[in-house]
Design a protein around this ligand. Structure first.
Ligand SMILES: Nc1ncnc2c1ncn2[C@@H]1O[C@H](COP(=O)(O)OP(=O)(O)O)[C@@H](O)[C@H]1O
Ligand SMILES: [Mg+2]
Length: 351
């Protein structure tokens, strides 16, 4: 079909159907036409027709690009950041997030008009920052033990070391490589949880079975610190990915042991509440300040880096717990008081 045959109505329908925002502006920067996606994307400035484009985006990059745009032909692509709300009260009422990022392609089509196609890239940009931060955190976390390993390995190659020193340096190397292994296996677990491959491994089990596994894996840690862990299962039949729930509860118990003084007690309980099984792990340890509670589920966030590392933590334990809870359609909550202790509660649907 020749483009001429499409007809004006069909052409407008195509514009309206596009997911990109399309804006036609005149050489005085006034918007002459905007498609539906543009109106939706920039809802806080709607209706767009008749407005000055530089008011809508209030971006100096855009102003510069529009000034230097030619008569026709070449397309310029820019990224602009703008604040919803900068153009009127409406935005403050309606806006959700504040900062928005757009990718704009600016193409002059003739002496009179310029076409701008706009894409909201706020989420894409956010995810790319998250990924960059994550890679830099991982590198940093691995670098510390790696530096220790290569440093002490180098010392070991020196000829005149006593047997005692040799043994000491070798054990430092072992400790650091174990730590690296732990980080790597936690990262692999997080990655597999991200892929959400859970359905096939769901099985019927019980809180008793879960607790006894957790107990077997964590008893030696508690014994080391002279701590007693009491398990009080309510006797609940539950359908879940058992190994993951065991892993999650284990992470909570290991934390309770790590962040509590020697000789204190820990209580692990379960109960049914509205179709959910709640498993709570209560300790009488250091507690968590209010401002940290919001962040402890982030990857690599620790309140006290030294203490976490000393107890062999990777900073990934709680983000693994949160992933496992979400995979099951459940939640993880925490109540805590500084100096008094914490209660972490994992809730998952019973069936
Ligand atoms: N039971 C707890 N009591 C006090 N602080 C805790 C407790 N559990 C977790 N935290 C805090 O949350 C941080 C993150 O926990 P986690 O993700 O398990 O990492 P890690 O234990 O490896 O440091 C810990 O470093 C610690 O500061
Ligand atoms: Mg931990």
């Amino acid at each position: 079909m020749l483009k001429n045959d499409i007809g004006k109505n069909r052409f407008l329908a195509i514009m309206e159907a596009m997911s990109e925002g399309i804006l036609l502006i005149n050489r005085k920067n006034r918007i002459a036409m905007a498609n539906r996606s543009a109106e939706e994307m920039l809802f806080w400035a709607a209706p767009l027709e008749g407005r000055d484009i530089t008011d809508v985006f209030s971006s100096s990059t855009l102003e510069r690009s529009l000034k230097s745009v030619g008569r026709n032909g070449d397309r310029t692509s820019i990224k602009v950041t703008c604040w919803k709300g900068s153009t009127g009260d409406k935005a403050i009422v309606k806006g959700k997030g504040r900062e928005k990022q757009y990718s704009l392609s600016i193409t002059p089509i003739d002496d009179k008009y310029i076409v701008i196609s706009a894409e909201d890239i706020t989420e894409i940009e956010r995810l790319s920052h998250v990924r960059q931060d994550f890679v830099s955190n991982v590198s940093h976390e691995l670098k510390t033990p790696l530096t220790a390993i290569s440093g002490f390995a180098e010392t070991l190659t020196e000829a005149d070391l006593s047997a005692e020193d040799t043994k000491r340096f070798a054990s430092i190397i072992l400790k650091n490589s174990t730590h690296m292994q732990r980080i790597v296996s936690d990262l692999l677990l997080l990655t597999s949880l991200d892929r959400e491959e859970i359905e096939p491994a769901m099985k019927d089990t019980s809180d008793e079975a879960i607790f006894s596994e957790v107990k077997a894996y964590t008893a030696y840690r508690a014994e080391e610190k002279g701590m007693a862990i009491s398990y009080e299962p309510a006797g609940i039949a539950v359908r879940c990915q058992e190994s993951l729930i065991v892993q999650a509860v284990m992470n909570l118990v290991v934390n309770a042991v790590s962040y509590s003084p020697a000789e204190s007690g820990i209580e692990v309980r379960s109960r049914v509440r509205g179709g959910m099984m709640d498993i709570s792990v209560q300790d009488h340890g250091v507690g968590i300040a209010r401002q940290d509670i919001a962040r402890i589920f982030e990857r690599f966030y620790r309140v006290d880096k030294g203490r976490s590392r000393e107890s062999g933590g990777t900073g990934l334990g709680l983000s693994i717990v949160r992933h496992i809870a979400m995979l099951h359609g459940g939640t993880i909550k925490v109540e805590s008081e500084l100096g008094k202790g914490s209660v972490f509660t994992l809730s998952i649907p019973i069936s």
